[in-house]
Write a protein that binds this ligand. Structure first.
Ligand code: KIV
Length: 264
């Protein structure tokens, strides 16, 4: 079984094969997802909400992400493992270098940062120091209080144009993957076409290069609520391995997300 790498993810985009990704936070789920053929596992700061029961992701620390990254790493064999950099852990390039180093040492193969142009120097510096970087645009949950809630982004044309330009600037700075969250399907398609790196969508329609869901949402077991863009695969399949396998095959066959999971 060949390990997934940044090079194989790029090849998947070039060959128009969809990338299937899930969050995970422990070794058992990481192994189960890996065994079913998941391409990417993200240790998301969503763990603040789905594991810790918080209303948002802001309280999560780098140490917590590092702990869960170590757990996931020991369960994941084939999948590409990305660790989220939590709120304020990349507030300046030097802070980012220190925190990214601890996530890479815990077993991540890439770190993910939320935001646009203000991150260009940080991204360039991380890449120069051999830390692969994933960007995150659209709804960036660490900015929930600036955005005024967990809302769809990029519906106005100026906002949409800014988002496309940000994606291009992040690619130029060195990101090798981009997560695009909660934007209209048409905008996500434009962003995916505007950059040569793979774009993984969540609530961004079916025309991105891949999909990611928070595992608790995909299993319908999140403590708080079920986002419109997710689907309860456990309800449909009755057991966890089949639910994960069906999610992966639906993503690959472009049967998920449907219009009912997407935004206009
Ligand atoms: O924290 C997380 O789980 C994420 C995904 C929603 C992409 O960033």
């Amino acid at each position: 079984m060949k390990k997934v790498t940044v090079a194989s993810l790029l090849k998947m985009k070039q060959e128009q094969q969809k990338i299937a990704a899930l969050t995970a936070y422990d070794a058992s789920f990481a192994k189960l997802f890996d065994d079913q053929g998941i391409d990417v596992i993200l240790i998301g700061d969503s763990l603040g909400m789905v594991l810790q029961g918080a209303d948002d992701t802001l309280s999560v620390s780098t140490q917590e992400i590092a702990y869960h990254t170590k757990c996931v790493r020991s369960g994941a064999n084939r999948a590409f493992v990305i660790a989220d950099m939590p709120f304020m852990s990349y507030s300046s390039p030097d802070v980012a270098y220190k925190n990214a180093a601890s996530l890479m040492k815990a077993g991540a193969s890439m770190v993910k940062l939320e935001g646009g142009e203000w991150l260009l120097d940080t991204i360039q510096g991380l890449v120069e120091r051999s830390v692969p970087v994933c960007g995150h645009l659209g709804l960036t949950p660490q900015s929930v209080h600036v955005l005024g809630g967990f809302k769809v982004q990029g519906r106005e044309s100026t906002q949409a144009e800014k988002l496309i330009n940000s994606a291009k600037a992040l690619e130029e700075a060195g990101i090798q993957l981009l997560v695009l969250e909660c934007v209209p399907t048409s905008l996500a398609a434009l962003v995916s076409a505007a950059v040569s790196i793979p774009v993984i969508g969540i609530g961004a329609g079916a025309q991105t290069d891949g999909q990611i869901l928070v595992m608790h949402d995909m299993l319908g077991i999140s403590a708080n609520y079920m986002p419109k863009f997710s689907k309860n695969y456990l309800l449909e399949c009755g057991n966890i391995p089949d639910a994960v396998s069906k999610y992966i095959s639906d993503v690959k066959a472009q049967e998920f997300p449907g219009a009912e999971h997407s935004f206009e």
